[in-house]
Design a protein around this ligand. Structure first.
Ligand code: ME8
Length: 665
């Protein structure tokens, strides 16, 4: 066997039901794990739930349940969702499992035996929401991570000699791959440089946790308990031979994937615990940004969550996976919106890959009775250009993917889809198909073979991202089970002529206008009814996936026609009233006169503009946007602003005076 690959997600707290923020991390890891398996690595992918601590104990109390009952319920929801989403995790660890408790105690013992634990008294501030000791804070101070008020804790605790590891940790960060991306690495370095105090690693004023070995009045600090999952799940501390072998094989982890808010725990505490225990360190800790919804981090406490079920019910698993990897620039925050999801789905999947598959395969069906035709040796430069572009796509895609640049990698692969679309339009196979002379037949075969080969390559590359639909396209290409593909050997000119196509069916039916509204309604109602995904609706009800090769399809290279633009109604409006939206730092509620009526709009510009400065100001608004609810307020249109990376939005305006209601065109 070649190399091994071990990847983990954070283990999620069971105080809240899963949302697409959790799904994002899990999908990213699933995609990486699938790709590693296809490259031949002996892969282990771990996820699970974090079930101890004061935060969970309190959430259970509020729900009128015991912590165990509560944890069982929510952990079950996570597991069920991952199954539904086809997540390929090799194990699911719960910190309330016996195996985890015993092995975590073993880790505690080992650190203690190595002389890094002592008893002391902690008096200070604690944030229950982040389960964080806030060093140096005074009563009433907010938590530096979440901003909530901290609580004063005064108790006898066990302390970990974190201060002993300051220099060693700084040496570790010298390796640029250890903490990624760079911004997070710098953040960690400056935190550690500012000085490390010893860390309390037990609590003694509540009991929902793993007892400290030989002193059961204390429970182990929930972050030590939680971080230990990465080694307990694969057998650390077990006396069982099989488990020990698994630990030897898979540890250290190749990637701990996390959200940026838990960098400190993973990049400072965790390596220090491992160093103290004399264990090898993970190879990389990779932190991604947040998924935002309605301008804020999606989280249960803000109440602005979107559940994965809603999207899966309506557009399917692969649409969600593709959207999150393509739309969010990995490492940065990314906004989620149903509009953007449906737009991407239609542009890249229905009209992009789906249309390429359906037109290529339909023509092979029609002109070659469903058998991949042979390529004739040709001096035609357009064929060679596709071959070269495809080879280049493979190497660029792989390099970008390995650097966690998923969005760029997909952009590159879809660039090939665009090129092949253009190639088909230029070579007009539908005209060649009408001629019977041998030269036209030969040329037709070459064009369709070339298109099918490029389709095969994009499908193979996209498989880890969209396992379900690419498996379908692969089978339609007559290539059998895509899971048997060795991705490391993928290259141009591997499609055998004479391959019989499978049954051709649309893979990404177009999402119609009502799709956004349907998903919004499902979220508003809170509980998503299961509706049939478009791919499973009866054939008669399905939108036709443009199989008609007679007319050249429009080339989707990101350009729109003047008619497309005309659909957007941009108007001059004047702000009549403006106020902050309660509980949302970035939102303003505006009343805007657009000539024919005064509209209510909710805009994410509160950090850039004080409400009173906007009164009377002329702005540009998108007047025919479907209404949507933000923070319970209906927003009827969108204000146009330049959006600056890392900066504040700047409103569009006019140098000359313009009448209210004037249309921009
Ligand atoms: O922190 N955008 O658990 P948690 C992107 N139990 N990712 C998000 C997200 C969002 N809006 N919301 C959540 C914990 N996540 C601890 C971890 S690990 C030893 C213990 C993802 O339930 C992201 O990966 O609060 C984030 O780090 C994680 O869920 C936090 O999950």
């Amino acid at each position: 066997m070649g190399k091994k690959f071990y990847i983990t997600t954070p283990i999620y707290y069971v105080n809240a039901r899963p949302h697409i923020g959790h799904a994002y991390t899990t999908i990213v890891c699933d995609t990486i794990a699938r790709r590693q398996r296809m490259l031949g690595a002996d892969t282990f992918f771990l996820t699970g739930t974090d079930e101890h601590g004061q935060k969970i104990e309190r959430a259970a109390q509020e729900a009128g349940k015991t912590p165990q009952q509560y944890a069982d319920q929510i952990s079950g929801e996570f597991r069920k969702l991952w199954q539904r989403m086809g997540i390929s995790n090799d194990d699911f660890i719960r910190t309330t499992e016996d195996r985890h408790k015993k092995r975590t105690q073993e880790l505690f013992r080992r650190i203690r035996d190595n002389g890094y634990i002592y008893k002391g008294k902690y008096t200070g501030q604690y944030c229950v929401s982040d389960e964080l000791y806030v060093d140096g804070a005074k009563p009433g101070d907010p938590c530096p991570l979440c901003g909530r008020p901290t609580e004063t804790v005064e108790e006898e605790n066990y302390f970990f000699k974190l201060s002993a590891f300051q220099d060693k940790l700084l040496e570790l960060y010298a390796n640029p791959d250890f903490v990624r991306p760079e911004t997070r690495r710098n953040e960690v370095i400056s935190f550690v440089r500012s000085g490390l105090r010893d860390l309390s690693i037990s609590r003694s004023t509540f009991s929902w946790g793993i007892p400290v070995p030989d002193d059961p009045k204390h429970v182990i600090y929930v972050w030590l308990d939680a971080l230990a999952n990465y080694i307990t799940a694969i057998g650390y501390g077990s006396t069982h031979g099989g488990a020990q072998a698994a630990f030897q094989k898979y540890w250290p982890a190749d990637v701990h994937m996390i959200g940026k808010e838990i960098v400190r725990f993973h990049c400072v505490y965790w390596p220090a615990f491992l160093l103290a225990a004399g264990l090898p360190l993970p190879k990389a800790i990779v932190a991604h940004g947040w998924l935002l919804f309605e301008e804020n981090k999606m989280s249960k406490s803000r109440g602005n969550i979107v559940r994965a079920d809603t999207i899966i019910d309506v557009l399917g698993n692969d649409a969600l996976r593709y959207f999150l990897l393509r739309e969010v620039v990995f490492g940065q925050d990314g906004s989620f919106s149903f509009d953007a999801l449906v737009q991407r789905y239609n542009a890249d999947l229905a009209n992009g890959l789906g249309n390429l598959a359906s037109r290529t395969l339909t023509m092979i069906g029609r002109y070659f009775q469903g058998e991949i035709p042979a390529v004739l040796p040709s001096a035609n430069t357009s064929d060679n250009a596709i071959a070269e572009a495809a080879q280049k796509t493979i190497s660029e895609f792989n390099a970008l993917f390995d650097q966690f640049q998923f969005s760029r990698a997909l952009e590159v692969a879809w660039g090939l889809v665009g090129l092949v679309d253009k190639y088909i339009v230029e070579n007009e196979p539908w005209s060649l198909g009408e001629k019977q002379d041998p030269a036209s037949r030969g040329r037709l075969g070459t064009v369709l073979h070339t298109s099918a080969e490029a389709l095969r390559i994009v499908t193979a590359l996209a498989h880890p991202v969209m396992p379900e639909s690419t498996a379908k396209i692969w089978a339609q290409l007559g290539l059998g089970d895509i899971r048997k593909l060795d991705l490391s050997a993928l290259q141009w000119a591997q499609l055998p002529a004479g391959t019989r196509l499978g049954k051709i069916e649309p893979v990404f039916p177009r999402a119609d206008k009502s799709t956004v509204e349907r998903m919004q309604k499902m979220e508003e109602q809170g509980r998503a009814p299961v509706v049939t995904p478009p791919s499973e609706t009866p054939a008669a009800a399905q939108p036709v996936p443009s199989p008609a090769p007679k007319a050249p399809a429009s080339v989707s290279d990101g350009k729109i026609t003047i008619d497309d633009f005309a659909k957007i109604e941009l108007r001059v409006g004047q702000v009549k009233a403006a106020e902050k939206v309660k509980g949302a730092d970035k939102l303003l509620r505006l009343e805007v006169d657009i000539g024919t009526e005064t509209r209510q709009l909710v805009a994410g510009i509160a950090e850039a503009y004080a409400p009173e400065t906007l009164i009377g100001r002329k702005v540009v608004i998108v007047a025919n946007l479907m209404p949507r609810k933000l923070r319970g307020l209906e927003s009827n249109g969108m204000i146009v602003a330049a959006s600056l990376e890392g900066g504040k939005p700047v409103l569009a305006g006019f140098l000359e005076d313009v009448p209210v209601g004037a249309r921009l065109k």
